[in-house]
Design a binder for this molecule. Structure first.
Ligand code: SF4
Length: 282
């Protein structure tokens, strides 16, 4: 079911923060709406979610937008704060983090791996604008190879986490994540369904969501800020898993689902504390 943005905003978001300060035509709002719609469809209320944000375009535009409780972490550190909160919070509360590609796969990768390793119950939404756009458009870990950016005027030529068969999802699966998925912003209701599953996993979930940045990525790679062109470019380079073409960059859908298959971090902590209290040993 499609919901009007205004309904979701009045129920879940702080009206003074909407519209955000994102550039005109930025795709981040579509990702934000997908997450809020998933929350609505799960029948969750403002009091059921603790929302964490980080740095960069994704963190800045979603910071303090949630009507309920929230927190902000420094660059790449929001997962460490969330792990601590996970132990302190009642288990029925959901933790949702909106972070960027640098936060998740650059400076924050080690913290992210440890959140996955411990299977801490949180849902990480990686809003990927394909590089360092809030600092002017430098290339990063997910910038498609060959793309022209502020720091790669001849085209991005490095190996990265999304090229030549490499995929950061392999790292996260190996680290112990129990739910991994990828969608582009234009996936709409399919992405909503995936985010619902991610939230319902009682363990570490991550949904990677590349989105269009007209201001910096498009202006350098496509030569203009024309919004139609960048939306089309991203859509054309995405395909459902199993239907990839030669030029597919993002295979979309549920990449790995082992929901509820491993003990969850905070449950292990509290079970262990309880056992020590009762028996004096582990
Ligand atoms: S720089 Fe790009 S990603 Fe950042 S707010 Fe502007 S359009 Fe969006």
């Amino acid at each position: 079911m499609e919901y009007k943005a205004s309904e979701l905003i009045s129920k879940y978001l702080r009206s003074r923060k909407i519209p955000s300060t994102a550039c005109s035509g930025c795709g981040l709002g579509m990702n934000h709406k997908i997450v809020v719609q998933a929350i609505q469809e799960l029948g969750l209320g403002v009091e059921d979610i603790i929302w964490g944000t980080s740095i960069g375009c994704a963190g800045r535009q979603t910071f303090a937008t949630w009507k309920g409780d929230g927190f902000a972490g420094t660059h790449g550190r929001v997962y460490a704060i969330a792990r601590g909160l996970r132990v302190a919070l009642p288990p029925e509360k959901h933790l949702i983090l909106t972070v960027g590609d640098g936060d998740a796969f650059g400076i924050g990768l080690t913290h992210l791996i440890h959140a996955a390793r411990s299977n801490a119950n949180m849902t990480v939404i990686v809003n990927d604008n394909l590089g360092y756009q809030s600092t002017g458009g430098q290339y990063g870990w997910t910038t498609p190879q060959g793309s022209k950016t502020d720091s790669s005027p001849y085209g991005m030529f490095e190996h990265n986490l999304m090229s030549e068969g490499l995929d950061v999802m392999h790292i996260l699966k190996g680290a112990g994540a129990t739910f991994l998925a990828r969608h582009v912003s234009m996936d709409g209701l399919k992405a909503v369904e995936t985010v619902k599953k991610a939230i319902l996993n009682r363990g570490f979930s991550l949904v990677h969501m590349p989105y269009p940045c007209p201001t910096n990525f498009a202006s350098r790679e496509l030569g203009s800020r024309n919004q139609v062109n960048i939306y089309r470019w991203i859509k054309d380079h995405a395909a459902p898993l199993g239907q990839e073409k030669e030029d597919t960059i993002w295979a979309t859908g549920i990449w790995y689902d082992a929901s509820n298959s491993r003990p969850e971090f905070s449950q292990m902590v509290w079970d262990t504390v309880d056992k020590i209290r009762r028996t004096g040993k582990i």
